[in-house]
Design a protein around this ligand. Structure first.
Ligand SMILES: *Cc1c(COP(=O)(O)O)cnc(C)c1O
Length: 427
């Protein structure tokens, strides 16, 4: 069915033109379970978008759902400002025990507004407040959110144009490998070392260890360690935006684990709630916790329902290393299948790591054609990259292998169908 394109549909009539994903996936969805979405015609779609990595544990995990239903049925709080509540205590206790302590992280947890951009905004404000400096170094192709501060750090020209005013306080540097033959780290170091480079001493470096929207570029451990060294040398903070790459997506709970980096600030959102509920937080080193009470505020800080489901997610998936091993096995399967698909397309190459991998298919047009063909065949999948040239697989981490294979079969058929000879013939 054509939900959106029908002139009389309520969406076309009343919903703002700013709507976006629905334009690629023109169906009215009614139900979702695990890795499968169902539309109003009863048709099933395998979900390789997973709410842009907000649904790492799939749709409606039965244990999270049961805990939430029980919480609501027993008149547990829905809204509590940032008051002390039982669900917040339980979440923080699990987060400390299962995530922070085993990783030797002494970070405090700041509840921010409920979306990722709120956590990034808080990180940028705090870095500026702590250092007394304005400039934040962000990187090419970075994506950090849509509010004015985070938008200033976002590279995408189309997104930046939406703001309607100058975006201040951010200097851009090349991400690792952004410019062929240029050592981005050496370049950054030279710029910072030169007092006449025109770059003010920065408050922070803000970077995604794997760029979710910007084309699945993955920074090496050496690059991230180098950034940390430069940050310390120049009195700047290191902010690792783990909103998309974190919570297991890149293979471990934090995408930077085992790399020898200790970020000062870590914005988290997307899959933090476990169930797709709006919930964001900022991890901060204790010595940076210099906010005055309510100096950064917000009505919706700490979503009570999300505390409930997030705690279940932590206890269910992160109490031992079983889930991480499972992600590793699926990621290896994904790499093997994507390598085979890339061979069909001249010049295609693999991007990303863990369960955030994809194929650079050479052009945004081809990537769009592949995703559209996937949708016709019952698979929801999106693009990434400066020119939307990367077909990006973001399957829930809990996707059963059989479903993962079925989705990848669809992707392989779509890629074969959109391979150059057909594309040329069609033109
Ligand atoms: C999605 C995303 C954000 C913004 O999160 P919202 O919830 O959309 O505000 C910030 N940084 C990264 C890396 C993201 O992927």
């Amino acid at each position: 069915m054509s939900a959106d394109k029908t002139a009389e549909s309520i969406f076309a009539r009343r919903e703002s033109r700013v709507r976006s994903y629905c334009r690629s996936f023109d169906a009215v969805f009614t139900q979702a379970r695990g890795s499968v979405l169902t539309d109003s015609d009863g048709r099933d779609y395998i979900d390789f978008l997973a709410g842009c990595s907000s649904l790492n544990y799939g749709h409606n995990d039965p244990d999270m759902k049961a805990a939430l239903v029980e919480h609501i049925a027993s008149d547990g709080l829905t809204h509590g400002l940032d008051m002390y509540t039982a669900p917040k205590a339980a979440f923080l206790e699990s987060f400390e025990r299962l995530i922070l302590k085993p990783r030797d992280m002494d970070h405090k947890v700041m509840m921010t507004g409920p979306t990722g951009t709120n956590a990034v905004e808080a990180a940028m404000k705090l870095a500026r407040k702590v250092t007394g400096r304005e400039t934040i170094v962000a990187f090419t192709n970075g994506f950090h959110g849509m509010t004015m501060g985070a938008l200033a750090a976002t590279g995408n020209a189309g997104k930046r144009a939406g703001g309607g005013m100058a975006l201040h306080g951010v200097v851009r540097m090349p991400y690792e490998g952004a410019i062929e033959g240029v050592d981005s780290l050496a370049y950054l170091e030279a710029m910072l070392d030169n007092p006449s480079s025109g770059i003010d001493a920065p408050a922070a470096f803000l970077i995604e260890p794997v760029q979710g929207e910007g084309g699945l570029n993955a920074a090496s451990p050496e690059f991230l360690r180098g950034l940390q060294r430069l940050a310390r040398k120049h009195g700047a903070l290191l902010i690792l935006d783990d909103i998309q790459a974190g919570i297991g997506r890149a293979g471990s709970f934090f995408s930077f684990e085992g790399m020898g980096v200790e970020p000062d600030l870590v914005p988290l959102a997307k899959s933090l709630s476990g169930m797709g509920l709006p919930f964001a937080a900022l991890l901060l080193k204790p010595e940076l916790d210099i906010w005055k009470p309510a100096e950064h505020n917000g009505t919706f800080r700490g979503n009570q329902h999300a505390f409930v489901t997030a705690r279940v997610a932590l206890e269910k998936f992160w109490a031992d290393d079983g889930f991480e091993r499972e992600i590793g096995q699926k990621a290896a399967l994904l790499t093997g299948r994507l390598e085979a698909m890339a061979r069909v397309l001249p010049g295609a190459r693999l991007k990303g790591r863990g369960m955030m991998q994809g194929i650079d298919v050479g052009s945004g047009e081809r990537a769009a054609a592949i995703c559209a063909e996937c949708f016709r065949r019952g698979l929801i999948i999106e693009t990434s990259g400066a020119g939307d040239e990367v077909v990006k697989v973001l399957a829930p981490l809990t996707t059963p292998v059989e479903t993962l294979e079925r989705g990848l079969d669809i992707l392989a058929s779509a890629i074969a169908q959109c391979a150059p000879q057909q594309t040329l013939a069609a033109e």
